[in-house]
Design a protein around this ligand. Structure first.
Ligand SMILES: *Cc1c(COP(=O)(O)O)cnc(C)c1O
Length: 356
């Protein structure tokens, strides 16, 4: 269990916090920001209230103006698009690649137009997008890169780790690879001024107490969550290692079973397996069979944002992004968490073999 090794330390620090009464910001928040910046090997980290807020504040801090277009992948969690629209931008979805389920680089390039100001790659399921190529296109087209790294704490690809370009946002929602005991998030940035603006935006636009340089929000990283996250961060790599072992087990044992398509991992990629998604013609049937065997599964995500009622107004029809839509239709997420045992993995594999 993720929380057992850190429970006592966290309880002690929370007890101290209750005595000092510094319930917003304070040394615990700064300590976690420093530790996470070091972990990501990035200069600046600003704690915020959620992954969504991290993405939104990064866009605003990096100069998004109303109506600016932000290129996003067509299959992602809906928060990627929420961040863009809530910052005042227009999300422009583009097709994903079969190789990594992330933004397709050619589709990205073709979507760049006069109003494009940002690109927001999503490292879906914990696999880093093709950032070398995306970064080159972004630089050539003078676009700012804000990565949605909400599923990719600790992932890398060809030496690139999230946040090396302009900014990356992370979610510490409890189910993420690094999870708080409630909602929390962070933005990493390479530019000191932009980091200062995110710091102001998370707290009513204050550059200094009661000096409101811009309009902001209440979106601080909760101090209690910062305590939790700092205690858990040293374990992140070993928890990611356990996810990798589980993924390796699935990939070895499920190859060639039924009509399953297993996740592809490009040779230069080290995913952190936030989610392990297999594809099959009948994911509901397989899910029902697994459920009857006591195995929980998930669908991440059954409807791509462009086909969700929330974004119907963007005007995309079914068939606009066939690769993204097929992944949504056929994907099934298998049990994946640190501490999953060999016996549990074997049980899942046997039940899947049974089904076919
Ligand atoms: C979890 C997640 C978010 C949003 O994070 P919250 O902390 O829930 O706001 C954004 N994008 C992706 C891809 C996510 O998985």
């Amino acid at each position: 269990m993720q929380n057992a090794p850190v429970k006592e330390a966290i309880l002690e620090e929370i007890a101290n916090l209750i005595d000092t009464g510094r319930f917003t910001n304070g040394p615990a928040v700064e300590a976690f920001e420093g530790a996470f910046a070091a972990y990501c090997d990035v200069e600046h980290c600003v704690g915020v209230a959620s992954g969504l807020d991290g993405l939104r504040l990064a866009l605003v801090a990096l100069g998004l103006e109303p109506g600016d277009e932000v290129i996003v992948p067509a299959q992602t969690f809906v928060a990627t698009l929420e961040a863009v629209t809530q910052a005042g931008g227009l999300p422009v979805p583009v097709e994903i690649s079969r190789d990594d389920y992330c933004m397709d680089v050619d589709a990205f390039l073709s979507a760049v137009g006069d109003r494009t100001r940002f690109v927001m790659p999503v490292h879906l399921y914990g696999q880093v997008a093709h950032m070398t190529a995306i970064g080159e296109v972004a630089a050539a087209k003078r676009l700012t890169v804000v990565e949605d790294a909400c599923q990719a704490h600790g992932a890398s690809r060809a030496g690139y780790t999230p946040g090396r370009d302009h900014a990356a946002a992370f979610s510490f929602y409890p189910g993420k690879n690094l999870g708080a005991f409630g909602d929390a998030g962070a933005v990493t940035l390479t530019d000191a001024d932009a980091a200062r603006r995110v710091r102001a935006l998370r707290e009513h636009g204050q550059m200094a107490k009661y000096e409101h340089a811009m309009e902001g929000w209440t979106s601080r990283l909760d101090t209690i969550q910062a305590i939790v996250l700092e205690a858990k961060l040293p374990f992140l790599d070993s928890w990611n290692g356990e996810r990798r072992r589980a993924a390796a087990h699935y990939s070895e044992m499920l190859a060639g079973v039924g009509d399953l398509q297993l996740p592809n991992v490009p040779a230069d990629s080290q995913p952190v397996w936030h989610i392990y998604v297999v594809r099959t013609a009948d994911p509901s049937g397989l899910a029902a069979h697994l459920s009857a065997n006591g195995i929980g599964t998930g669908r991440h995500y059954p409807f791509p944002p462009h086909l969700s009622p929330a974004y119907a107004y963007l005007g995309y029809a079914n068939g606009a992004f066939p690769v993204a839509e097929a992944l949504a239709r056929e994907g099934l997420s298998l049990p994946m968490f640190p501490g999953i045992t060999e016996a549990q993995l074997a049980h899942v594999v046997t039940a899947i073999q049974d089904f076919f």
